[in-house]
Design a protein around this ligand. Structure first.
Ligand code: K9V
Length: 337
């Protein structure tokens, strides 16, 4: 079968919706040609959508997987509720479990993969619902152990910690939501986030400041997306009326909810984390938000962790698509036998 990357509205896959815990979830569904090996769920990050897995979906279908790639809460054809609790790790995990049960039933299992925020989510799903997960992998995002300390990100950064997370302060604030509205601004926003440069090499985003609004008008191709892909991101993000970025940005407004919920969970269940299922972590050598060094010490939480690396930026799924696919395929072959 043709394993080239999906185009926008590609006829090789289906575009469906399901009601999940009171929300409409839209997702890409890829069916294998022959007998189904397993069902695999792919969870995207920010500012992305199911289409962000375009290089992986046809490849995994060719290996015999049924592939489900949801647009996560707040994104594209999925609802963007007002209530921030709907964007908390525990709520998003429950959404994924409910959607997975629609495909594999009450006793079945899935293979679960994530990129970026999706990587943070898959580690949480595998922690809270290990019985559902046959194998789990994350691209770029290392494990962030259950966070029972209620330290605010502002304080960590003011103390000189996590400088590579400083952009998250801007994203959680009002500016990007207020200033990135309408198709023209969305187009400039995606030029910035997917690596377009100005005539003097200016960037439109960096991990210490976030979106650099003054540079947005200077940005020109090339970037990691081609023209059709860029338009597809703009179209899909425009499905939510202005302020189009409210849903995606809500993912940066849940730190306190998450730490409260995780402290509550830890009080009842302890905070020991041990992953017994096969796990794969693919780091991206040039990811400025999630550098490989952040994974230091993560191995101790796993009984069966495979660690690999790809030579790529944060956008490893598209930038190093073939290598990412090769590493996932090799690992799946090893763990599924
Ligand atoms: O913000 C994210 N992605 C946007 C990247 C934008 C970008 C575009 C182009 C170039 C560079 C960057 N991702 C989140 C994903 C969850 C992460 O939180 C979990 C977590 C911890 F809190 C602490 C330790 C490890 C850990 F994974 C925090 C980054």
């Amino acid at each position: 079968m043709d394993t080239s990357k999906l185009k926008p509205n590609d006829p090789r896959v289906k575009y469906e919706t399901k009601q999940v815990r009171g929300k409409t979830y839209s997702y890409i569904l890829g069916e294998p040609q022959g007998p189904k090996v397993e069902t695999i769920f792919l969870i995207h990050g920010w500012p992305d959508m199911a289409f962000g897995w375009r290089c992986q979906i046809p490849y995994l279908m060719s290996l015999g997987f049924q592939v489900v790639a949801p647009n996560m809460v707040g994104y594209a054809g999925t609802d963007a509720p007002e209530d921030l609790k709907e964007y908390s790790f525990q709520s998003v995990c429950a959404d994924i479990v409910a959607l997975a049960r629609e495909f594999v039933g009450e006793k079945g299992q899935i293979v679960l993969g994530g990129h970026d925020w999706g990587g943070a989510i898959v580690w949480r799903v595998a922690y809270y619902y290990p019985e559902l997960i046959k194998a789990v992998f994350s691209v770029c995002t290392p494990l962030n152990p259950i966070n029972t300390k209620k330290v605010r990100l502002e304080n960590i950064i003011a103390a000189g910690g996590l400088p590579n997370f400083k952009y998250q302060l801007q994203l959680g604030g009002p500016d990007v939501q207020a200033r990135i509205q309408g198709k023209d601004m969305l187009r400039k926003f995606f030029l910035a986030l997917f690596g377009a440069r100005g005539p003097g090499g200016e960037t439109g985003f960096n991990t210490s400041e976030g979106v650099l609004f003054d540079n947005l008008d200077k940005l020109r191709p090339p970037l990691l997306l081609d023209e059709q892909e860029l338009e597809h991101y703009v179209e899909q993000y425009s499905l939510h009326g202005p302020p189009e970025m409210r849903g995606p940005l809500n993912w940066y407004r849940t730190r306190e909810i998450n730490s409260e919920q995780e402290a509550e969970h830890a009080k009842k269940n302890g905070s020991a984390m041990k992953y017994e299922m096969p796990a794969l972590f693919i780091s991206a050598s040039r990811d400025s938000a999630l550098p490989p060094a952040m994974a230091k010490g993560m191995d101790t939480f796993y009984t069966d962790l495979t660690r690999t690396e790809v030579n790529a930026s944060h956008w490893a799924l598209a930038e190093a698509g073939h290598e990412v696919n090769r590493q996932i395929g090799q690992w799946l072959n090893k763990v599924l036998g």
